[in-house]
Design a protein around this ligand. Structure first.
Ligand SMILES: NC(=O)C1=CN([C@@H]2O[C@H](COP(=O)(O)OP(=O)(O)OC[C@H]3O[C@@H](n4cnc5c(N)ncnc54)[C@H](OP(=O)(O)O)[C@@H]3O)[C@@H](O)[C@H]2O)C=CC1
Ligand SMILES: O=C(O)CCC(=O)C(=O)O
Length: 444
C-alpha cells in the first residue's frame, strides 16, 4: 500500500546545513529528510494508515530555549538550545544532549526520532528524545560550559525527570555535563535525583561500562555483520571516522579483537598505516595534542591521510563514528568497504544508502549499531531503581547478549522479507511503537 504524505512529513521543515565535510558533500537539507523517508518506507511496508504515519512523523513535544551566557570576560552571548521528545508511548523519553555549533531544531528532531526506534528495537522501555545547544564547547572555558549547562537545564526543567525525559551524553558532552544537569535538577527539586540523567560519573550513580558501551556494541555488531558476509573479524581491515567517545573505543576494541585498524580520523585530519595503527599510542597522542593529526611519522609507522579519503579506503569494515551525512551522493559510489557499521547517528544519506545497497555494501543502521549506549543507560536506570550496582562483567555480558539478540532479529527479518537491514530494523521498531500507542488507546 502506498501513502500520500503531507510534504511537511516527508521532508524537513526548515533548511539546515549538514554537519560535516560540507565542502565535499552535495547540498543536503537536513537529517530530518532522511529520518522521515525511513519512517515512510516502514509505514508503507507495514501498511499503516496516514494518521498513524502522521503521529509517528511528528514530535510529541518540542522546547526551544534561549540561554544567556555570561562569558568569563563579562560579555553576554545568547545561545539557543532545544529538547525534542519524539515519542513517549513505550516509556519516558530518552536520548542524548549535543553541544555543537551547527545544532538546529530539524537535526534534533531527526535524532529524537531515531532514539524512539533505537529504544524500541532494543526493547528498552523508553520513548525517544534528543537535546542540543548550538555552541562550540571547545571555545568555552569549564566555568562557561557549566553556566551554559545549568541555564539550559533550568529552562528545560519542566519537561525532564526520571519518569519524563532522561538526557545522556552525545557529541560535545560528557559525564561532567550530566553531573551538572543532575545537580541543577536536584537543587530545584530540593533533593538528589540521580535518575534524571544517565551517563553520570560512577561516584554519582553511574554504571560501570557506560562510557565504553556504545563502542562495545558497535564492535559486537561489526563482528556479527562481518561474519554474515564471510569475513573473519580477526584479521579484517577497518577504518574508523571520529576519535571521540564512540570512535576511540570502537578502534580500541576492534584492535583488541585482532582487526587491523588501518585509518582513523577526527575533524582536523586522518592517519593511516597499512599494517594497522597502534591505537593505544594514537590515543596517547590525541590526549596530548587534541587531534590525530601529527601522529604520522617514522616512529609511529603511520602516514597522514586526507580525512575524506578514509571513507573510500579499500577495507573490510568502515565505522563512521562522527556526525551525520558523511556518506552522501557525492562519495557513496567510491566506497570500497564491504561492511559499514554506523557508530554515528545518520552518517548515511538516503541517496548514499541506495547507492551502497545497489553496490552490495552491507550497511548496519545506526539504530541497531550504536544502540549499546542507550542499552547501558537503561541498565544504569535499572541499577538505580534496584539501588544495587552490577559488576563490569555483568554489564558487558548483558550488553553482548542484548546486542546479539537485536542483530539476529534484524538480520532474520531482513532475510525473510528481502529488506535492507535499515528498513528491517526501522519496520520492527515502528511496529513496536505503533502497537504500544494503539494498546494505550487511540483517542487519549
Ligand atoms: N556517546 C554515545 O554514547 C553515543 C553517540 N552516538 C553518536 O556517535 C557519534 C559520535 O558521538 P560521540 O563519540 O559521543 O561524540 P564526541 O564529541 O565524543 O566525538 C565526536 C568525534 O567526531 C569527530 N568529528 C567531528 N566532525 C568530524 C569530521 N568531519 N570528520 C571526522 N571526524 C569528525 C570529532 O573530532 P574532534 O575530536 O577533532 O572534534 C570527534 O573525534 C554521534 O553521531 C553521536 O550521536 C550514538 C550513540 C551513543
Ligand atoms: O544513552 C542514552 O540515553 C542516549 C544515547 C544517545 O544519545 C544515542 O543513542 O544516540
Amino acid at each position: 500500500m502506498s501513502l500520500t504524505v503531507e510534504p511537511s512529513l516527508a521532508t524537513g521543515t526548515s533548511a539546515s546545513t549538514p554537519t560535516v565535510a560540507a565542502a565535499a558533500a552535495p547540498a543536503h537539507p537536513s537529517p530530518l529528510v532522511d529520518a522521515r523517508a525511513q519512517l515512510a518506507a516502514a509505514i508503507e511496508l507495514l501498511g499503516y494508515d496516514e494518521g498513524t504515519h502522521a503521529m509517528l512523523a511528528t514530535s510529541r513535544r518540542e522546547m526551544t530555549v534561549s540561554i544567556p551566557l555570561r562569558h568569563d570576560d563579562g560579555r553576554i552571548e545568547v545561545l539557543t538550545g532545544h529538547r525534542v521528545q519524539h515519542n513517549i508511548s513505550r516509556g519516558p523519553a530518552k536520548g542524548g544532549l549535543r553541544y555543537a555549533p551547527n545544532v538546529d531544531l530539524d537535526e534534533v528532531r531527526a535524532l529524537a526520532m531515531w532514539m524512539t526506534w533505537k529504544c524500541a528495537l532494543l526493547d528498552v522501555p523508553y520513548g525517544g528524545a534528543k537535546g542540543g545547544v548550538a555552541v562550540d564547547p571547545r571555545a568555552l572555558s569549564t566555568p562557561e560550559l557549566e553556566r551554559v549547562t545549568r541555564r539550559y537545564t533550568s529552562e528545560i526543567l519542566p519537561i525532564i525527570g526520571p519518569q519524563q525525559d532522561i538526557p545522556a551524553p552525545d557529541i560535545g558532552t560528557d559525564e561532567q555535563t550530566m553531573a551538572w544537569i543532575m545537580d541543577t535538577f536536584s537543587v530545584a527539586r530540593g533533593h538528589t535525583v540521580p535518575g534524571v540523567v544517565t551517563g553520570k560519573p560512577l561516584s554519582l550513580g553511574g554504571s560501570l561500562g557506560r562510557p565504553s558501551a556504545t563502542s562495545r556494541g558497535v564492535v559486537h555488531v561489526a563482528d556479527a555483520a562481518l561474519r554474515s558476509v564471510g569475513i573473519t573479524p580477526s584479521g579484517a581491515t577497518a577504518a574508523v571516522q571520529g576519535f571521540g567517545k564512540v570512535g576511540r573505543g570502537a578502534a580500541q576494541f576492534l584492535a583488541e579483537a585482532g582487526a587491523k585498524v588501518v585509518a582513523v580520523s577526527d575533524q582536523y585530519g586522518a592517519v593511516y598505516a597499512s599494517t594497522g595503527l597502534d591505537i593505544p599510542a594514537l590515543a596517547e597522542h590525541v590526549d596530548r595534542t587534541g587531534s590525530v593529526v601529527g601522529f604520522g611519522g617514522s616512529s609511529s609507522g603511520a602516514d597522514e591521510l586526507d580525512a575524506a579519503e578514509l571513507l573510500t579506503l579499500d577495507v573490510d569494515l568502515l565505522v563512521p563514528a562522527a556526525v551525520e551525512g558523511v556518506l552522501h551522493g557525492g562519495n557513496a559510489a567510491d566506497v570500497r568497504a564491504k561492511v559499514i557499521v554506523e557508530g554515528a547517528n545518520g552518517p548515511t544519506t538516503g541517496e548514499a544508502d541506495r547507492i551502497l545497497n545497489a553496490s552490495g555494501v552491507l550497511v548496519v543502521p545506526d539504530i541497531l549499531a550504536n544502540a549499546g549506549g542507550v542499552l547501558v543507560s537503561y541498565f544504569e536506570w535499572v541499577q538505580a531503581n534496584q539501588a544495587y550496582r552490577w559488576g563490569a562483567q555483568e554489564v558487558e555480558d548483558r550488553l553482548a547478549s542484548r546486542m546479539s539478540e537485536a542483530w539476529m532479529n534484524v538480520a532474520d527479518h531482513a532475510r525473510r522479507h528481502d529488506l535492507t537491514l535499515r528498513t528491517a530494523a526501522t519496520a520492527l521498531a515502528v511496529q513496536r511503537v505503533a502497537e504500544a500507542h494503539k494498546l494505550r488507546g487511540l483517542y487519549p
